[in-house]
Ligand binder design. Structure first.
Ligand SMILES: Cc1noc(C)c1-c1cc(NS(=O)(=O)c2ccccc2)cc(C(=O)O)c1
Length: 130
């Protein structure tokens, strides 16, 4: 009902704030758009669930997420995929892995700093009722 739609609207605003904050950081430019499979032809052979910051925003607009945890599961794919696809010791792989770990830490830090526990519980109650 109305109260639920109010909570889910606030969730979308919060998730856009988190995603836009990460997308503005130059360190995360490589994570802003889907990996270009013309530039990286074997990418989809290695990475089964591609994800990027622009796709997160589309998912938010399409009301895919009812809790913060559902959003974090998708957001975590971005850095996990980067660690999986770039495992080698050469400088390029190390560089993208450092940025992936910085993304992981920035994501959790923004959420911990800005998420109200009562609000997260309200979202989880809506998820449980559906
Ligand atoms: C993410 C990701 N996961 O594996 C890799 C590899 C990356 C990744 C993706 C991109 N963006 S891109 O797919 O559009 C592109 C790839 C190759 C040449 C030009 C553009 C850039 C970089 C980067 O380090 O600059 C790295």
């Amino acid at each position: 009902e109305e109260q639920e739609e109010d909570v889910l609207r606030d969730l979308r605003l919060f998730l856009r704030y988190v995603t836009e904050s990460l997308a503005q950081d130059r360190r995360f430019k490589a994570f802003a758009k889907p990996v270009d499979t013309e530039e990286v032809p074997d990418y989809t052979l290695v990475v089964k669930a591609p994800m990027d910051l622009s796709t997160l925003l589309t998912n938010i607009d399409e009301q895919k997420y009812v809790t913060v945890d559902e959003f974090v599961c998708d957001a975590d794919l971005i850095w996990k995929n980067a660690l999986e696809y770039n495992p080698d010791s050469d400088p390029m792989d190390r560089h993208i892995r450092h940025r992936a770990c910085a993304l992981r830490d920035a994501l959790r830090s923004i959420i911990r700093a800005e998420l109200n526990e009562g609000f997260q519980r309200a979202c989880e109650e809506i998820r449980a009722s559906r």
